[in-house]
Design a protein around this ligand. Sequence first.
Ligand SMILES: CC(C)(COP(=O)(O)OP(=O)(O)OC[C@H]1O[C@@H](n2cnc3c(N)ncnc32)[C@H](O)[C@@H]1OP(=O)(O)O)[C@@H](O)C(=O)NCCC(=O)NCCS
Length: 181
Amino acid sequence: MLLLEPPFAFLPVDYRVRVATEDWERRQCARLRRAVFCDEQKLFAGDDRDERDAVALPIAASYCVLGAPEEVVGTVRIFELEPGVWQGSRLAVHAEFRRMASIGTQLIRHAVCTAHARGCRRFVAHVQEQNVPLFRRLRWTTLERVELHGRPHHLMQADLASYPPRAGGEVAFVAELRRAA
Ligand SMILES: CC(C)(COP(=O)(O)OP(=O)(O)OC[C@H]1O[C@@H](n2cnc3c(N)ncnc32)[C@H](O)[C@@H]1OP(=O)(O)O)[C@@H](O)C(=O)NCCC(=O)NCCS
């Protein structure tokens, strides 16, 4: 349940993106993934978890209240496919927070920069076709087009030079809101 149900009394501007270590963050990441990939996009029936989750690092974007992370509104997971090759998947932002505070962009940055700090030499993701322009702007290139879960995707690779290693587990940002309150 979101603390701030729409229509919002105010829009959160303080966000924290970090590797999810707390139980509540991991629970809320899982819940958000189910809401987006099962209920909204209907890519999976009931549960989108798979064997990658046993090894993947979940990353959570939360808005903050009084400086402390309050609720997860975005997530992505990263894992090492083979030595030096990392993959990101299950990127999701709560529907009410999309195209508003660059949460998706911040999650992509944190995912790749975190992997880079852990020895990643190549970072790839299967990107749903409608999101390809976003990734292109963030310096990703298409390697091939593929069909996944019955939907068109691009297998894309990040330009690692644009994603310096980020060893700290978290980053805070103040959003420049792009939507009228
Ligand atoms: C894809 C997704 C993660 C992006 O999250 P987001 O927080 O909206 O991302 P950003 O705000 O950083 O940028 C998204 C786009 O909105 C644009 N945008 C943001 N605010 C805007 C505004 N006020 N007016 C116009 N455009 C705006 C960005 O420039 C970007 O443009 P694009 O759609 O042309 O690429 C989100 O839409 C989502 O969860 N979708 C459903 C699940 C999904 O598709 N997952 C990804 C699988 S590959």
